[in-house]
Ligand binder design. Structure first.
Ligand SMILES: C[S@@+](CC[C@H](N)C(=O)[O-])C[C@H]1O[C@@H](n2cnc3c(N)ncnc32)[C@H](O)[C@@H]1O
Length: 446
């Protein structure tokens, strides 16, 4: 079979992800390894697929005046990816984009299809795209401009105000940079930084974790330090285990632990001493935790597959010094790397998830020792799953409170953030150009 061009692979992926809602980053990585894509083309493929997905609602708006009939999904995605390149990627001339789109349409469809694609794209070129600025409703304007569904922009505007929502939506369109966490029992931050530098990987120290290095340039996955001395983890995600305040020898519960990013971080912070019980719903996912622990030579993590809403049947009351509930959530803080989430999530999913989070909280709270501390975190930006959730929990458990020391212990770079409330800290994606997270810590009242 003749080798497929980058845009043909991109079209296949977009049709698959766009129509079936599969996870885009997983599919892209699979496509890259299956199709033997060159290093140079990898960048272009990723840019076209993520860019087109990220701007899907904007592209739909742009094409509306030019397309009056219903199209096959692949024709629609071919037009989207072409207009994406014409509008957002300056280095590729329009005529080259149109020619390639027409060639793909000829190969995949019949004569009529390629004529249609040619006609639409040439009209776009001649007449120009419709103006987003002319949309009167500010919520709709922001929704179309930044390609977030109307309900989400409306919900965020009500929760955080339109200005903060605008910053967040714009920030979600930016590409995400990687961070790594060093394994401190095997290396030091300075040593790892200089070894990475020698391999051509430039980094900056994170302000959120003294184990974190933010990648400025280069590919850490290709480093010889990976995976035994460095782990890929977002720096805001590292802050979660930092705030758990663990010490060597403690007994710790990580109730929702797969794939194990935070459990292994906790283990490192405990110098591989004490005991961590790391659970998750499915055995397959639990295996990932074990694998990560093995890669890092961490041996104090016991794993198990269980619905953590039933942990009371497995562990006695007040048996943990520290509990982490990194709960399943709507994932609205990670839209940069998983743009498909914003199109697939519905408002009702948030209510359903909030209910599960509450059941998990009710299950683990009794397991906390009287002098223990419990961190609740999500990688989402939503009051119902975060601040409101904690507010309601505190009503049911009046003997608990938000630990005031939590706020004192936050790194300096967090101290003035807009997302700090009496219920914890909401980190927005624009705060650190990283994933959005909510983190708080509860304890018994004195
Ligand atoms: C945010 S992820 C956890 C990420 C993990 N803490 C890490 O740092 O790698 C939430 C996890 O909760 C798990 N989960 C969902 N419902 C659960 C339940 N009822 N009991 C246990 N785990 C559950 C999901 O399978 C998912 O792996």
């Amino acid at each position: 079979m003749a080798k497929q061009s980058v845009r043909e692979i991109a079209l296949k992926l977009l049709t698959q992800v766009g129509e079936s809602g599969g996870f885009s980053h997983i599919l892209i990585n699979q496509a890259i390894s299956r199709n033997d894509v060159s290093e140079k083309d990898k960048g272009l493929l990723t840019e076209i697929v993520y860019g087109t997905l990220q701007h899907r609602l904007t592209l739909e708006f742009f094409l509306k005046p030019f397309v009056k009939k219903k199209m096959d999904p692949w024709v629609k995605w071919l037009l989207y990816l072409s207009v994406y390149q014409m509008e957002f990627l300056e280095r590729i001339p329009d005529h080259a984009i149109i020619n390639e789109a027409v060639a793909i349409a000829k190969k995949r469809g019949h004569r009529g299809t390629s004529g249609f694609v040619n006609g639409v794209l040439r009209s776009v070129q001649r007449k120009g795209l419709p103006s987003i600025e002319s949309i009167e409703d500010p919520i709709e304007r922001l929704s179309i401009k930044t390609s977030h569904p109307y309900w989400l922009v409306d919900r965020w505007s009500n929760m955080y105000g339109l200005e903060l929502t605008r910053k967040m939506c714009e920030s979600n369109l930016k590409s995400k940079s990687l961070s790594v966490r060093i394994q401190p029992l095997k290396t030091t931050i300075d040593k790892a930084q200089s070894e990475l530098q020698n391999e051509g990987i430039d980094t900056e120290k994170s302000t959120l974790s003294n184990q974190g290095l933010n990648i400025v340039s280069g590919n850490p996955l290709a480093s010889k330090l990976f995976p035994s001395q460095i782990t890929i983890q977002d720096e805001t995600s590292m802050l979660v285990s930092e705030m758990l305040d663990v010490k060597s020898g403690m007994t710790v519960l990580d109730a929702c632990s797969a794939p194990g990013g935070k459990a292994t971080h906790i283990s490192e912070k405990m110098e591989n001493q004490g005991e961590i019980f790391a659970y998750d719903l499915h055995a397959k996912k639990v295996k990932l935790v074990k694998e990560k622990a093995n890669e890092l030579d961490l041996t104090n993590i016991q794993t198990g597959a269980i619905d953590s809403r039933n942990l009371g049947e497995k562990h006695q009351k007040e048996s943990f010094d520290r509990i982490l509930l990194d709960a399943p959530c709507s994932g609205l803080g990670v839209l940069r790397s998983k743009p498909d989430i914003k199109y697939n999530k519905k408002e009702s999913d948030i209510h359903d998830l909030a209910k599960i989070q509450r059941e998990l909280l009710d299950s683990v709270i009794p397991l906390l020792k009287k002098d223990g501390k419990m961190v609740y975190s999500t990688c989402t930006v939503d009051r119902e799953e975060n601040e409101e959730q904690i507010k309601n929990v505190l009503k049911t458990y009046p003997h608990l409170e938000v630990d005031q020391q939590f706020f004192d212990e936050l790194p300096d770079s967090c101290k003035d953030l807009e997302g700090i409330t009496e219920y914890g800290i909401q980190i927005f994606p624009q705060d650190f150009n990283a994933d959005g997270f909510f983190i708080t810590r509860l304890k018994y009242k004195e």
